[in-house]
Design a protein. Structure first.
Lengths: 592, 234
């Protein structure tokens, strides 16, 4: 605790690119902070499209007699909603936006290591988003194959969007992966090779740990999606038969033959399951930091938290087939994957315990970021526990493809990470804009979002138990199968969903309103220790830190240290410079 | 630059971890570009592994017989059918180009500007001839009626997988050739001695870039060895 050795600098001072025109400064910027904002706004824009799609679907399920959308459109909306939310919103937001903004600032770097590549990464992502969006306006519309895009149905007649929608979807995914790889290499190398003096890996905030590990997962998981997308494109465009067995369509023998649809499922989920943790790990990291800051207490079990992140990341590569229990695998396979799935619950539960133990006897400030964190813990716990149900083969088989599954993954990788994103925006908004978000609107937003999403997804568990299948655009004449309560519940869920949707509009209004009219944020408003708040200017300017990069003397969690006058010690303050509280001769040593 | 810490490491796992987690850099003395190339190649390894796994699965799942590779890939020289002749030459050329690449890296670090540039040009030309021979092989197979969607010699997956995987590898080689020419020109012009800035990135280059380029080239070469074994010898 007492050593303040300043390590020598191993890295030369980097030369930053200084933009010469408005275009290179504001549009084709190489500054990670602006790239982050570009990523964030694009992700939110396309995410909003997906949100609106979900409103249409909910209205259709609740009031089928209105016939607001047709069954084909329903499938298209479900597909686009899923794919946009998982890949184009959550992945891009956590890694592209938060990663770009926070990694250089939190590890004490002037920028990402390859700023030019970083810029290209964003523009490639934008092209991917546009290609995806264009599919709404092509003949036949976007693909309606479900976000898992299972062949053979994804590219056969009868599936909406099989003309061009599926092609654009696969092309867009390939472009996204290329763009992400450029960004991802940046994030990984910045964390590994460009930290400031004193910033050992074990002094990095957990936010960086989460984003870093998630990026490594993405770099190794996206290749599976890339290859399967290329192969399916070939099946569609060149009539190859990678995934296509011999088929008869409308009494006609198709020219396909000899392919394996199960291969696609394996490849897809080899990507798909790590993807869950690509979204979850940054959320874990961010929530750990926010809880620690807003409870004024060091994170409980920091090293354990780091190892849990790394462990979850490694395990996430050997659980994929638990998505395929009903695909007709060898039962022993299911046994293996059920076991690994249950093992992954151990480090995950450990993290939840540590969050709760961090809160225990903390000086909890019920700020809006803290409220979102508490909401996250509860929601994640709920979604995690239903995961244990679905991870067991015999429990999963009857629940498979019911609303129970919908409730589970929306709780665990929909609502939970989104709550963290929202909390993180309330937390870092003052840093990015220099203004505070409006508190009243924020609290309204939180309560409607949190309570509302419980009202949406909690009843879905019940719907799943009584066997209501997912992806049906109406229940039809099924009173004999499901009680009328199912229909009533669907109406209730839709009303809750629309209320939550309205709250998001309030949030969007708040973001734009506060940027102009918000209260000017004081320096380091949350009294945080990590480096992003210690920059000379707030918001930080190009190059992040002043003439000299900060030197790090401590971990990011020195809150309420006995003996210190303030209840936090920033990472770049050496022990000698800490103002001591009255009655102390040294940190932690009382005058006798 | 002090790469080693003065604090002695603890034994076992703890020392291993604290060494990795140590100040500023995980890989001491490794430039950013080189570290990036390694991570990229790891990611690319996943791509090629999955291609090969897809290939193996297709070979198992198809119901038609797989064509006899020593017949399909044979060249007729003076009326004698020599199996794998073209592939043997292609493989030899690509592996030779790895050798010239390694020599270019060495000359680069010795700051022998002209020698390094000459070796890089040689590597690029060898790579180009590989791509040319691949184009020849493709056109020969296409002439014989093999297409991604059909194959007169047996399972249609043979054609699909072959064109996809060798095409993807050929794309890697082509990209490598383009960058080899660019790097060679930069070396010859002395960009890495004078610190001339890159056109796009505005960064100063160093001779380490030759090594980073070399990593990529050796990787492409290594992948070819696997493709050779799995497609032509199996």
């Amino acid at each position: 605790m007492s050593e303040s050795i300043i390590p020598e600098s191993e890295l030369e001072e980097v030369e930053l690119y200084h933009p010469k025109s408005w275009w290179t400064e504001k549009v084709f910027s190489q500054d990670a902070k602006l790239i982050a904002i570009q990523y964030g706004l694009t992700a939110f824009a396309i995410g909003f499209v997906a949100l609106v799609l979900s409103w249409f679907m909910r209205i259709q399920i609740a009031f089928p007699e209105m016939a607001i959308i047709s069954e084909g459109t329903y499938y298209q909306f479900i597909t686009m909603h899923g794919m946009i939310m998982v890949v184009y919103l959550l992945t891009a937001l956590f890694l592209g936006a938060f990663g770009n903004y926070l990694i250089p600032l939190m590890v004490g770097a002037r920028d990402m290591v390859f700023p030019y590549l970083n810029m290209v990464s964003y523009w490639t992502y934008l092209v991917a988003v546009l290609v995806l969006f264009v599919s709404f306006f092509t003949p036949g519309g976007p693909t309606g194959a479900g976000w898992t895009l299972y062949p053979p149905q994804a590219i056969l007649g009868g599936t909406p969007g099989q003309e061009t929608g599926i092609v654009l979807m696969l092309v867009s995914l390939c472009i996204f992966i290329v763009g992400f790889t450029m960004g991802g290499l940046n994030y990984v190398i910045t964390v590994l090779q460009a930290r400031t003096r004193g910033m050992t890996l074990m002094r990095m905030p957990l936010t960086v740990w989460g984003i870093f590990t998630a990026t490594v997962l993405a770099l190794f998981a996206f290749p599976a999606l890339f290859v399967s997308a290329v192969m399916m494109l070939f099946d569609k465009l060149l009539m190859t038969s990678f995934f296509m067995p011999a088929l008869v369509e409308f009494g006609e023998n198709l020219s396909y033959g000899g392919g394996s649809p199960i291969l696609f499922q394996h490849l897809f989920w080899f990507f798909g399951h790590p993807e869950v943790y690509i979204v979850a790990l940054p959320a874990f990291g961010i929530v750990s930091d926010l809880i620690s800051i807003h409870a004024r207490k060091n994170i409980f079990g920091f090293r354990m938290m780091v190892w849990a992140i790394v462990g979850i990341g490694a395990l996430s590569f050997i659980v994929w087939a638990h998505h395929m229990y009903v695909s007709g695998m060898n039962p022993y396979f299911g046994f293996f994957f059920a076991t690994t799935t249950l093992i992954i619950a151990v480090p995950t539960a450990l993290k939840v315990y540590n969050w709760i133990l961090t809160l225990w006897k903390g000086n909890i400030h019920l700020t809006i970021p803290m409220l979102f964190c508490l909401g996250f813990i509860v929601t994640f716990l709920n979604g995690g526990l239903t995961g244990l149900f679905l991870g067991n083969v015999i429990v999963d088989v009857p629940l498979s493809d019911t609303y129970f599954v919908v409730a589970h993954f929306h709780m665990v990788m929909g609502i939970a990470p989104v709550l963290v994103i929202l909390g993180a925006i309330y937390h870092w908004y003052p840093l990015i804009t220099g203004k505070m978000l409006h508190d009243g609107m924020g609290r309204f937003h939180f309560w409607i979002t949190f309570v509302g999403s419980y009202l949406i997804y909690f009843p879905m568990h019940y719907l799943g138990f009584i066997g209501v299948p997912r992806r049906y655009y109406e229940m039809g004449q099924t009173e004999a199968l499901y009680t009328s309560s199912a229909a009533d519940l669907n109406v209730f869920i839709t009303i809750a969903a629309l209320a939550v949707g309205f709250a998001q509009l309030v949030f969007i209004y708040n973001v734009f309103w506060s940027a102009k009219n918000g209260k000017v944020a004081e320096k380091n408003p949350w009294k945080s220790t990590s480096l992003e708040w210690q920059t000379p200017e707030q918001p930080p300017i190009h190059g992040n830190f002043g003439k000299e990069l900060p030197v790090v003397y401590r971990w990011a969690y020195d809150y309420s240290v006995p003996g210190a006058e303030d209840d936090f010690i920033p990472q770049d303050v050496p022990n000698e410079k800490v103002k001591l509280a009255e009655g102390y001769t040294e940190l932690g040593v009382e005058k006798t | 630059m002090s790469a080693t810490s003065k604090v002695p490491l603890k034994d076992g796992m703890e020392g291993f971890v604290s060494d990795w987690a140590s100040d500023q850099r995980a890989f001491k003395g490794v430039p950013w570009g080189k570290a990036m190339m390694w991570i990229f190649l790891l990611s690319d390894t996943f791509i090629f592994s999955i291609f090969l796994i897809g290939y193996m699965t297709a070979r198992w799942s198809t119901v038609e017989p797989w064509p006899n590779t020593s017949e399909v890939f044979a060249l007729t020289v003076n009326g004698v059918s020599v199996p794998l002749l073209l592939i043997a030459i292609m493989t030899f050329i690509l592996i030779t180009s790895s050798g010239t690449m390694a020599m270019a890296v060495r000359s680069g670090y010795q700051k022998k500007r002209k020698q390094a540039a000459a070796l890089l040009y040689l590597t690029a030309i060898l790579g180009l001839s590989f791509v040319g021979m691949q184009a020849f092989e493709w056109s020969k197979l296409i002439e014989e009626g093999i297409r991604p969607w059909e194959n007169p010699f047996g399972a249609r997956q043979f054609g699909s997988i072959f064109f996809m995987v060798t095409g993807f590898h050929g794309f890697h080689v082509s990209v490598g050739v383009i960058f080899l020419f660019i790097t060679a020109r930069k070396v010859l012009r002395g960009d890495y001695d004078t610190g001339r800035r890159g056109f796009f990135t505005w960064q100063k280059g160093r001779y380490e870039i030759v090594e980073t380029m070399g990593l990529y080239w050796h990787f492409v070469d290594l992948v070819w060895v696997f493709i050779f074994a799995f497609f032509y010898l199996w």
